[in-house]
Design a protein around this ligand. Structure first.
Ligand code: CO
Length: 617
């Protein structure tokens, strides 16, 4: 039987599935062998690009993301290729200028993207407008997205994320000329009967195709997808079984059999998919070190209670481990809903999930809003768009004082989006390349993208850790033996940080050489590499009776001194900025007085409890 109203399937195996399960590490060379057979399956579309793939290919894999896309286009000419785009933030973590948005969308279309799934973490149409217009202009399919979220009760409804909210959002997306609309349930929180009610209601107001994207994380996804199909959803996302379930999408294979003989039959053959799955089983052992969690459970039932996406929890664990405070995880999980409420209930999706998570960690380790991390300050200032609900007075007050002047929140489009960014990016790499692929890579990721461009054009050698490694005897990647640390050589203990200076990201690797406060650090800016002498603690000043100190609340890197020795400071005035957990933390003086000493130089790595400033009252 062939259905006249088949459920259509977007396959996510080449993007979200391995992003969810193996940190986006699947290499092009391991996808190429089945690309032509995937093309022949008859998927509605294949999601192959976007999200973290751009970051991962250039940062970790030594692969050109544009080349990957062009390779797929050659091998997959018949199935529309789809990408995930973060609105004005494209495939990065901050909003870019309009000229970058336009050029990126057009170049992506040229390179092979047929369907753009465009979303904004805050569901703010302002962040979608420019990208949506560019997609329409390029002639590609514009799929606009509603991020699905809930408040504490964990189900559809409540004061914010109720049926009216989603219907209003869908209407806003239709006003932006969407060719289709996707409900994106990144945490797997959409419950089956809510899914039925949601799609039934949306079907009544939306005259373009509706699609559901969900994650298995909480264990509900197969049921949720089925109820959406019953409610008339047109397309669902799923992936091949070896990369399905856990924090990824539901599997395609059981869906085919479940719907057999019904009016929503998929019209896909099961057998070819089983062969493709067999192939994936042969390559996944190479990625074992990136496969998430050795836990017995394939689902995380706790998500049903705390509503925190799987990827966010693993981020928190690594942040806390870095801060030597893993025991604080339960407190952080309790803090997250409070912080999220203060911030006006943003959906927990990139970049809001990172912001809420990091601010919550900071709140637990340093006291609530003793430090407001930089991205949260910018969010409160309105640079990321409008919060779904009003923010608390406390966070507004804390975020808008103590930093720069001119801290007045803006409403509407940040004017900086009008100022072109591409010419500067082109100039920065003019000696290396004038290819638009490279200029865009650099514009999006000046640090890691810039490093990659140098490797790509043969200026710097490909680091060993970027090269694909053959599997060892047991199928796992070889583990490097403990290295002998020598001056000037990077050891296996080196750890990578992103440091943000005046809004620009610097990629820093820090390699401890002793257990004391000294450290070596190298900082690279843009495509040029410059390693200065190792900054160390310069002053062994001891604290005198009556003096106050600013101590490091967690291990980190001294990013800058806000004041000089001898300066007069007010109580609460920022003294030292510490980079920790990939975030800037501005540390205030506990008292009014005079700065007597700043024991650590800029760039020094410090441990928890190290004295960073001594203040004489
Ligand atoms: Co997803």
């Amino acid at each position: 039987m062939t259905s006249s109203t088949p459920i259509k399937i977007t396959d996510t195996t080449f993007r979200d599935a391995h992003q969810s399960l193996m940190a986006t590490r699947l290499r092009t060379e391991d996808m190429v062998p089945i690309a032509e057979r995937m093309n022949a399956v008859g998927f509605h579309s294949m999601e192959v690009w976007g999200g973290a793939t751009f970051d991962s290919t250039t940062r970790f894999l030594g692969e050109d993301p544009w080349e990957r896309l062009r390779t797929f286009k050659k091998l997959i000419p018949d199935t529309p290729l789809q990408m995930l785009l973060r609105g004005q933030s494209l495939v990065g973590y901050r909003p870019y200028a309009d000229d970058v948005v336009d050029a990126f969308v057009h170049r992506s279309t040229e390179a092979g993207i047929d369907v753009f799934r465009v979303f904004d973490a805050l569901n703010d149409p302002m962040n979608l407008e420019r990208a949506a217009a560019a997609v329409k202009d390029s002639g590609a399919h514009l799929q606009l997205t509603i991020c699905y979220s809930v408040t504490e009760e964990g189900v559809l409804g409540g004061p914010i994320y109720n049926l009216d909210y989603y219907i209003d959002k869908a209407k806003e997306l239709l006003d932006l000329d969407a060719d289709s609309i996707c409900v994106k349930d990144m945490a797997g929180l959409l419950a089956p009967y809510d899914s039925f009610n949601l799609f039934t209601a949306l079907k009544q107001v939306v005259d373009v195709p509706l699609q559901l994207h969900t994650h298995y994380t909480s264990g509900m996804a197969s049921m949720t997808v089925l109820k959406a199909i019953e409610a008339g959803v047109d397309v669902v996302d799923a992936c091949l079984a070896p990369l399905a379930l856990r924090t990824a999408q539901p599997a395609i294979e059981p869906l085919i059999t479940s719907l057999k003989g019904t009016e929503r039959e998929t019209n896909l053959d099961l057998e070819p998919l089983l062969d493709l799955g067999d192939y994936l089983e042969t390559i996944t052992p190479k990625y074992r070190q990136h496969l998430e969690t050795p836990k017995t459970s394939v689902i995380d039932a706790r998500v049903l209670s705390h509503q925190i996406p799987g990827g966010m929890t693993s981020n928190l664990v690594s942040q806390l481990r870095e801060a030597d405070a893993l025991d604080k995880l339960p407190e952080v999980l309790e803090e997250i809903p409070r912080t999220r409420k203060d911030l006006g209930y943003p959906p927990l999706v990139t970049p809001m999930s990172q912001m809420v998570g990091s601010q919550s960690v900071t709140n637990v380790l340093m006291g609530r809003y003793a430090t407001v991390i930089e991205p949260v300050r910018e969010y409160v200032l309105g640079l990321y768009g409008q919060s779904p609900a009003p923010m608390s007075d406390e966070i507004r007050e804390k975020a808008l004082t103590g930093g720069d002047e001119n801290m007045t929140p803006i409403v509407g489009r940040p004017s900086s989006w009008d100022e072109p960014e591409l010419p500067e990016a082109a100039a920065a790499i003019a000696d290396i390349s004038d290819d638009l692929d490279d200029i865009l890579t650099y514009a999006l990721y000046p640090q890691t993208g810039g490093k990659w461009i140098r490797i790509k054009h043969g200026i710097d050698p490909m680091p060993d850790e970027m090269k694909p490694e053959p599997p060892s005897e047991d199928g796992a990647r070889p583990v490097a033996p403990p290295a002998q640390v020598q001056a000037g050589t990077k050891s296996h203990r080196a750890r990578a940080f992103n440091v943000f200076v005046d809004g620009e990201a610097f990629f820093v690797e820090v390699d401890p050489v002793s257990s004391g406060p000294s450290a070596t650090a190298s900082m690279e800016s843009g495509a040029s590499a410059s390693a200065g002498p190792a900054p160390v603690a310069t002053d062994t000043a001891t604290v005198q009776p009556g003096e106050s100190t600013v101590e490091a609340p967690m291990p980190g890197l001294v990013l800058r001194h806000e004041v000089e020795v001898g300066a007069t400071v007010e109580s609460g005035q920022p003294v030292v900025v510490l980079e920790a957990m990939k975030m800037q933390n501005s540390l205030p003086s506990p008292v009014a007085g005079t700065v007597r000493a700043l024991p650590f130089d800029i760039g020094a790595k410090v441990s928890r409890g190290d004295v960073l400033a001594i203040i004489t009252p």
